[in-house]
Design a protein around this ligand. Sequence first.
Ligand SMILES: [Zn+2]
Length: 335
Amino acid sequence: MARRYNRSLSLDYEVRGLLNYSLSCCVNALLQSFSATTELLDILNKWHPSDAIDERSVPLQLKNALEAMRDTSHPSPHKDFLNCLYHQAIRRSTQHDADEIFHIILNLSQKQMPDDAVAQEIRSLYEIKVETQVVCSECTFIHRISNSLFSLPLAICEGENTLESCINSFFKLQELVDSDKFYCDRCDEKQPSTHEVKLVSLPPILCVHLKRFRNENGFTRKLYDKVAFPENFNTAMFAAGQSENTASNCLKPDEHYSLYAVIVHIGTSMFGHYTAYINSTQDQTWCYADDTCVQKATWADVKHTYGGYHASRFDTYPATAYMLLYRKKSSNLSG
Ligand SMILES: [Zn+2]
């Protein structure tokens, strides 16, 4: 019961703007998504750091920042967290990649967390488990490699995409032939093979990374193509991309996920700005956080970040969704 009470308290907040210090828009947008991840707040709330803890601990400063963001009288809730990141992990006054910073924050939050059980809870909250299977076409031996990801890295095709089409491509069987042949240790030589990623399990918080930056011949360009994503989806969408004999037998087919945060990139591969759409768990309404400026928004506004033809509405710097955060709806809360 106590946990439930804490939970409702942590939901009771308004999204608050964050000052941009030394191009911190990327961290600001991510902090808005962490702040909306009430499950993460619950985990950090249970942790009571000792007085001896290093002040430059990322999990400590993340906990402090998320608490301070709920204190409307706090003048700069995230300044110490930013300084902590600038001191040990990221460069000040530099454009960053939001997915990369997301990984840095989560990795350091676990690595510097003195309580192993809390560190494991943070990991479990975001961990997507997959298994890569490479089958040698000659001896048919299956090489299996287990992996875990904090975000699902989805490639984008030029033209029209949907979240489902991107997911299907990620899990699609690929032929490894010619220069891509795989070294089979059974055959002791490179052989034509098939490569396939199998989904093992999905976490309570599913982060999707839409890979809009493509490296070609030493240059990075941004893909503005359309990626339509739903506000809610069923895990059957993942099952469709999985062939038979799959490792994902433990994936329940009828679980529901709902979108609660979108990290938006505005601009080009050379320079840009990050903002976030956040859905309040309390009243299910969207709002838009652009550093200090927070305003009400609608699902129609969020859909303008699909890219593609919508992009023309945003003059020279189209705003496109870059990371999507979905929350698994627990069965006892549905309805
Ligand atoms: Zn072989």
